[in-house]
Write a new protein. Structure first.
Length: 579
């Protein structure tokens, strides 16, 4: 455990720092718990007085006075328990709010790793800790230190009662430990399979049109049902183990109370205990063992929060917080790629090897090569989506990691090969989900992408709602909206990854107009391309082969060296592009 703590020290320190911010509230809960547990003696003391004094004196006035006092004390105890619950709920909310942005950023930074489970479940881990803090379980932990005190109080009535209560407490604690040991693996397996089934279901839902069009719906359902059944099986196993221990704990505690009452009755018959002490001892033992029973009942929540704590510690350690960056002036459209080597996340082999080239203001560069040559990987390197393993990418002589991620996204517009929209309006998607975007900027970006007229023809124009998979929009419409989103911040460099893969002739012409306008404004464009039409406006061509630069130079010169039908391509470009 010590080695584990050392390995995750940075993440644990962040979590503990967030927890320490609520230290005063924890102290308040602790103080409330002291008085609440003291007031739990109200019931046993009331029984003592009723059986030993009221019944013997037959005084109605004493009974009424004691009852009123007990009602007042129980009211105070109820208020304290209510306040404890509200304070703990706010501690959990404060903890989650404090870490929401940090965990969100860390999850995004690590989400590119396909097998990084910590990144995939990070937000759920944070919610699990918040739910644990707001659950009755922390109250049980605050009440447990009073269990020995109550057991000592029972022993004062009679040592035999103390021995019975102590042995019962030991059995319950051993039951809790056994519960942890036996339920750990079933709960872990249940969570893993449930998460896998949820991911598969979401993936299939997002590709619903493809499943139906290819007749894959039945096969997809069979595959999802296998994952779902595995999830249900493990959930049932975990629930069976947890519920069996919870039932065992509850049954044993009730038996202990009856056994305590029977032993007290025997001692009363022997003249060693008063009837009031007999009843008070039974009640007091129930109070003493209640926190243990509650902890066993909440064990699955505690285990989930415990696992979430360590998952978050690993995530935060692996993704340190971004250091504050000095705001640099708006850069010129000059990009230097210096001996860049990049290993994609989750892989061991480099996809880019010592790639170098320079993009000057007013210049468009086409990146060509066969599938798997590294074109999309280069696009991710230029936009800092994936970190480089060696070399540098410099924007106006400053390394791109010197720019805050939000600012870099404003300076380098990016149109990925597969455009993903988000649930919301078209205007919100173009504005990059900004809370209060400037409508004029949205329309200007759409006009630059030649998407304005297309958007106006939609049922609600810019306020048309779209889903994550684009809804009823065609691939070309989605691509134009993605291009408008890339242009929204008026970037100095535009990176386009297969930009005309879904565009028709008119869309390709609009794209070439965008490239010409960028060049005229002394801005730069980098295009990862397969089709000849995409490189019509390019001044330079960079050919990649197996992740390395094969040739870089003026467009026509490169085409003459690497393309056999160079004359035909030039003719196609001169008439508007081949699709």
């Amino acid at each position: 455990m010590s080695m584990r703590n050392d390995h995750l020290r940075a993440g644990l320190n962040e979590l503990r720092s967030a927890r320490r911010e609520s230290r005063s509230l924890y102290w308040a809960v602790g103080i409330f718990s002291i008085f609440a547990n003291m007031l739990m003696l109200t019931g046993p003391l009331y029984m003592l007085q009723v059986y030993d004094r009221v019944l013997s004196s037959r005084s109605v006035e004493t009974l009424v006075a004691l009852t009123l006092l007990v009602a007042f004390l129980y009211g105070i105890m109820g208020i304290l328990d209510f306040v404890r619950g509200r304070v703990l709920s706010r501690i959990g909310a404060q903890f989650q709010t404090r870490l929401d942005r940090r965990v969100f950023d860390a999850a995004l930074a690590r989400s590119s790793k396909p097998h990084d489970e910590n990144a995939q479940t990070s937000l759920a881990d944070l919610e699990a800790i918040q739910r644990f803090i707001a659950s009755p379980a922390p109250n049980a932990l605050f009440d447990m230190p009073w269990t020995p005190i109550f057991l000592i109080g029972i022993s004062i009535f009679h040592p035999w009662l103390g021995y019975l209560a102590l042995s019962g407490g030991v059995v319950l604690i051993l039951t809790a430990v056994l519960n942890q040991i036996l339920s750990r693996n079933p709960i872990i397996q249940a969570n893993i399979t449930t998460h896998s089934a949820s991911l598969l279901g979401e993936q299939l839902r997002s590709e619903a049109e493809m499943l139906r069009s290819l007749g894959m719906q039945d096969n997809a359902f069979d595959r999802w049902q296998i994952a779902r059944r595995a999830s249900l099986t493990h959930q049932l196993n975990a629930t069976d183990v947890s519920s069996s221990f919870s039932a065992l704990t509850k049954t044993f505690r009730l038996f202990l109370q009856s056994a305590m009452l029977g032993l007290g009755a025997y001692l009363a018959l022997m003249g060693e205990l008063s009837p009031g002490a007999m009843i008070a001892g039974s009640i007091l033992m129930g109070r003493a063992l209640a926190p243990i029973e509650l902890a066993v009942g909440q064990w699955s929540i505690l285990q989930r929060a415990h696992r979430g704590w360590w998952n978050l510690a690993a995530l935060l350690t692996a993704s340190p917080p971004d250091q504050p960056r000095t705001n640099l002036p708006v850069p010129k459209a000059k990009l230097n790629v210096e001996s860049v080597t990049l290993i994609p996340p989750g892989q061991s082999q480099a996809s880019l090897r010592l790639v170098s080239f320079t993009v000057h203001p007013g210049e468009a560069i086409g990146v060509i090569g066969s599938s798997g040559a590294g074109k999309s990987t280069l696009a991710r390197a230029l936009t800092a989506t994936w970190p480089v393993a060696g070399g540098n990418v410099r924007l106006d002589n400053a390394a791109i990691d010197h720019y805050p991620p939000g600012k870099l996204g404003e300076y380098i517009g990016y149109l990925p090969q597969r455009v993903q929209l988000f649930d919301g309006t078209i205007a919100e998607n173009i504005a990059r989900l900004a809370p209060n975007p400037d409508p004029e900027k949205i329309v200007n970006a759409a006009k630059k992408a030649d998407a304005h007229a297309m958007i106006l023809k939609l049922p609600d124009g810019y306020d048309t709602m779209v889903s994550g998979n684009g809804g009823r929009l065609s691939g070309g419409q989605i691509q134009r909206i993605g291009l408008a989103r890339a242009l929204f911040s008026d970037p100095v460099i535009l990176v386009l990854d297969e930009p005309n893969s879904s565009l028709d002739n008119a869309g390709s012409e609009a794209l070439n107009t965008v490239i010409r306008n960028m060049k005229a404004a002394q801005k730069s464009v980098i295009i990862m391309a397969h089709r000849p039409a995409a490189i019509r406006e390019c001044d330079m061509l960079l050919m990649l082969e197996n992740g390395a630069v094969k040739i870089f130079g003026p467009r026509d010169e490169v085409l003459r060296k690497v393309v056999k039908n160079h004359t035909e391509i030039q003719a196609a470009q001169s008439v508007g592009g081949v699709q």
